[in-house]
Ligand binder design. Structure first.
Ligand code: ATP
Ligand code: MG
Length: 267
């Protein structure tokens, strides 16, 4: 897959640690990109289906899902549905995804399923960005996302053990780079749930920036209750409360990511 200006930039939102803000980031970053005029697709690759629910596609209303596309039972184009946000499309998840590891265990193309679907340029070139919301695991689903992606967005929760687990994630990335996807990069690491009343958040930020440097986005996502309320209304926080601190931060993250994309493409 070539990363030309006409093709979408494909980003996996991944961290095998649970509850660090992957889905919140995928939904609100995607909305920020769409609202900035970049047509965006979010692929829900997590059997939990939280990105789908949070974008007004509850489990009992999903028809064609990521599972159907990955198993070849439906075309990816038929699985794409509109979200409440203009320019923002969704491929919803299904709980069936949790069995995919076993179902595909004997197939030698099992890690390339998503990459093959997204290499259909007639289908994907109308998008500027494709975000993949990964499950909290380094299983075949996350590996499929890494094989399909140009970059990874890693949400990192501002807590004491923030950096733990990152080594494992980075070694999986390295494995994928050396085998199936040499172009894969970490697009950036995004600090989430930053609590400015808590000294620990500031310490974690300092620690992470010292250790990891420029790969950490300048934007930090604050802990903000509006971000956690929005999914129960089936809408992104950027729509539910566009002016809350969380929405402002995700808009700023979207702009930062867009400027990284143009730097990457110019390089
Ligand atoms: P999983 O690993 O289960 O997929 P995840 O990494 O996708 O989880 P989220 O679902 O985005 O994480 O977030 C976990 C919980 O924390 C959710 O209830 C979400 O609403 C809440 N949350 C995420 N980010 C923030 C934030 N910045 N401020 C407040 N709450 C947040
Ligand atoms: Mg999630």
């Amino acid at each position: 897959m070539t990363d030309t200006a006409a093709s979408p930039r494909i980003l996996a939102v991944a961290n095998q640690k649970g509850g660090v803000g992957k889905t919140t980031t995928a939904i609100n970053l995607g909305t920020g990109l769409a609202q900035a005029g970049h047509t965006t697709l979010i692929i829900d690759l997590d059997p939990q289906g939280n990105a789908s629910t949070g974008l007004d596609s509850p489990s009992d209303q999903r028809e064609i899902t990521t599972y159907d596309a990955l198993t070849g039972q439906s075309d990816l184009s038929d699985a794409m549905i509109e979200t409440p946000v203009e320019n923002f499309w969704l491929v919803p998840a299904s709980v069936d995804l949790s069995g995919l590891d076993v179902e595909l265990s004997t197939e030698n193309t099992r890690a390339r399923r998503l990459a093959d679907l997204l290499s259909n340029h007639a289908l994907t070139d109308r998008f500027s960005y494709i975000l993949i919301d990964c499950p909290p695991s380094l299983n075949i689903l996350t590996v499929n996302a890494m094989v399909a992606a140009h970059g990874i967005v890693v949400p990192l929760q501002c807590e004491f053990f923030a950096l733990e687990g990152l080594t494992q994630l980075l070694s999986t990335v390295k494995g994928v780079q050396q085998s199936l996807n040499p172009q894969l990069k970490i697009d950036g690491i995004c600090l989430t749930m930053y609590d400015r009343r808590n000294r620990l958040s500031a310490q974690v930020e300092e620690d992470v920036r010292t250790t990891l440097g420029d790969v950490v986005y300048a934007t930090v996502i604050p802990r903000n209750v509006r971000l956690s309320e929005a999914p129960s209304y089936g809408m992104p926080a950027l729509v539910y409360d566009p002016n809350c601190a969380g929405s402002q931060a995700y808009r700023s993250l979207a702009l930062e990511l867009i400027s990284r994309t143009s730097r990457t493409r110019a390089a």
